[in-house]
Design a binder for this molecule. Structure first.
Ligand code: 13P
Length: 250
């Protein structure tokens, strides 16, 4: 099945509003690159301006997290209703949220359903830690993370899964294309067990972890890798443009 590839930039907790605006200006023309879905994920305070900047284009805007409830007494949280005013996608379960903010697979199952209910396309992040990798537990961890988050319900519309091995994030030590393909193929097989192979064939699976303009083509040559979730390099407009062009050309 032909899957439109994705270039997603996770800006994490970086930049002022002025810097976010400058980054958007630096990405001018990205909306015209054919054959790729572009997703930008700024922090919450930058979302309104980034949303307005790309309004009327095909560029998608993603939150980096979201609460499950539409409203209520949850100080410091952002609801799916609020997020949907300034975003159309949402990153869920990034390893930094799992590691520093105690997000677990059960919470992510609820967040996936909330995203679906509010029309937000989810990017579910999964990936093993360095210790899990050393203990050869990568596939077991991915099976649990994907299996529990998907539960027994139908797939959320447009579901995207990002394989981000924790040891490769921000380290400059990317997975090899073979390692990434093996993990992404496993993720697709878990999705097929849960959702059926027709649906799993349509799920887009991204690689993330020290992606740059020099290594992206090798990842895109893999059959189960449908794009990238980019951290550091997405903060440099020329780099993210080059990555996006390489993904579109794959
Ligand atoms: P880096 O590209 O900086 O390694 O970050 C990857 C990431 O965490 C994207 O969500």
């Amino acid at each position: 099945m032909a899957r439109i590839p994705i270039a997603a930039g996770n800006w994490k907790m970086n930049g002022t509003n002025a810097e976010a605006r400058a980054l958007c200006r630096g990405l001018a023309g990205i909306e015209a690159i054919a054959g790729v879905d572009v997703v930008l994920s700024p922090s919450f305070t930058q979302l309104p301006l980034v949303w307005d900047f790309w309004c009327g284009t095909e560029v998608h805007i993603a939150g980096q997290n979201m609460h499950t409830q539409p409203s209520g007494a949850y100080t410091g949280e952002v609801s799916p209703v609020q997020l949907a005013e300034v975003a159309d996608w949402v990153i869920l379960g990034h390893s930094e949220r799992r590691q520093f903010f105690c997000e677990d697979d059960q919470a992510l199952a609820l967040k996936l359903r909330a995203a679906e209910a509010h029309g937000l396309t989810p990017i579910l992040c999964v990936g093993e830690s360095e210790a899990e990798r050393e203990n050869r537990r990568t596939n077991a961890v991915l099976s649990r993370q994907v299996g529990v988050a998907l539960g027994d319900d139908p797939a959320p519309a447009g579901l995207v899964i990002a394989y981000e091995p924790v040891w490769a994030i921000g380290t400059g030590q990317a997975a090899t294309p073979d390692e990434a393909e093996s993990a992404c193929a496993h993720i697709r097989s878990v999705a097929a067990d849960k959702l059926g192979s027709d649906v799993a064939d349509g799920v887009r699976i991204l690689y993330g972890g020290s992606v740059n303009a020099g290594n992206i083509a090798d990842f895109m040559a893999q059959p189960d890798i449908d794009g990238a979730l980019v951290g550091g390099a997405s903060l440099k407009p020329d780099d993210f443009l080059a990555i996006t062009r390489a993904i579109a050309a794959s």
